[in-house]
Design a protein around this ligand. Structure first.
Ligand code: PHE
Length: 340
């Protein structure tokens, strides 16, 4: 064949091969076919001595130009194919890479404390109940014998939401809801979040947690309350802990007490944690006021009950030696991961 025609044919074939090439392995085959030592262009160059002398120069330079041209086009296509491959594989899973270890969280110290409190009371036969945080004035105040004009309303002041709705200032609302729904005997604890318009400092927060307790039956007495709380304190803080009750006033219990435990930090000697007096208040309690039974239509001549309410943050702070209540709410993992 006429060598000029032959070169033209080779160039055309090369173009077609490149057009249909869409992977790098095929591309390298094409490169060898056309530019390799025994490739199509070299075969033509090898034949040059057999061409007519006037053709030799022409064919030689044309073949060499084609070599450069093929090489440039092969490299350009290779670059494109590699780019495509890369974009296809990003986002896919490379199982040979070391894995990213998922950060496993820990339970919040308040959750741990609530769980411990609940476990102790569940082992004594209490059920767990919950109620709403947005509550009507009736459940937060009136049904608990805290009338609108009573000075004790101040102690349980809270945030008003809309109309007669408030953010509950204690978990005692759940007592009412529970008794409305169930006839005695009732024996439950009620954990949850409560709100008070307090300025935030190391020991106060506008939001905190309580666990409420209620037991209603025909026979329960104040001594049962004392025994159960004694049992709770020892389970929570160890067998050496001492407990004392001081007379107090709550509108929903009568008689009412505040319960202190001996300071675990100084074993009752007096230190900074207990403000030097050796005791720490942890909860309020008392025998259910008959006025509360009236509000839920229980027969006051038949039933009696005791109730208590404790602050979870207070107990967690004593348990873990935490000195600032704000640490509970800041979500600083350096603090949180200390509690397994
Ligand atoms: N509700 C009271 C408070 O928030 C605690 C309490 C509950 C006291 C039940 C007596 C009985 O301070």
């Amino acid at each position: 064949m006429d060598p000029a025609k032959l070169l033209e044919e080779i160039s055309k074939d090369f173009g077609l091969s490149l057009e249909s090439c869409n992977d790098i392995r095929r591309l390298e085959e094409i490169r060898t076919d056309y530019l390799g030592r025994k490739g199509k262009l070299n075969l033509v160059l090898k034949d040059i001595p057999s061409f007519a002398p006037e053709e030799r120069k022409e064919v030689g330079s044309r073949a060499n130009l084609l070599k450069d041209d093929f090489s440039i086009r092969l490299d350009a296509l290779k670059f494109e194919l590699e780019k495509k491959l890369k974009s296809e594989t990003t986002g896919s899973l490379d199982v040979t890479l070391p894995g990213v270890e998922p950060g496993i969280g820990t339970r919040h110290p308040l959750t741990l404390t609530i769980n411990r409190i609940c476990d102790i009371f569940v082992s004594l036969g209490f059920e767990i109940a919950e109620g709403p945080e947005i509550e009507s004035e009736f459940y937060n105040f009136e049904a608990l014998n805290i009338p609108l004009d009573h000075p004790s309303r101040d102690a349980f002041d809270t945030f008003y939401v809309k109309g007669k709705y408030v953010l509950r200032s204690h978990t005692s609302n759940v007592q009412i809801r529970l008794m409305e729904k169930n006839e005695p005997p009732v024996q439950a604890i009620m954990p949850g979040r409560v709100y008070r318009p307090d300025a935030v400092d190391a020991s106060h927060s506008f939001m905190f947690h309580q666990v409420e307790g209620l037991l209603v039956s025909e026979t329960v007495r104040f001594s049962d309350l004392k025994g159960i709380l004694m049992n709770f304190c020892k389970s929570m803080f160890g067998p050496d802990i001492k407990m004392r009750m001081r007379p107090h006033f709550f509108p929903f219990t009568e008689p009412s007490v505040e319960v202190d435990i001996s300071c675990a930090n100084c074993a009752g000697v007096g230190c900074r944690v207990c403000s030097g007096n050796g005791w720490l208040e942890i909860l309020g309690a008392g025998m259910v006021n008959p006025k509360v039974f009236e509000a839920v239509k229980y027969d006051t001549s038949k039933y009696r009950g005791f109730a208590f309410g404790m602050g979870v943050e207070r107990i967690a702070m004593l348990l873990y030696g935490i000195e600032d209540i704000r640490l509970f709410y800041e979500n600083d993992v350096r603090f949180l991961r200390q509690f397994a």
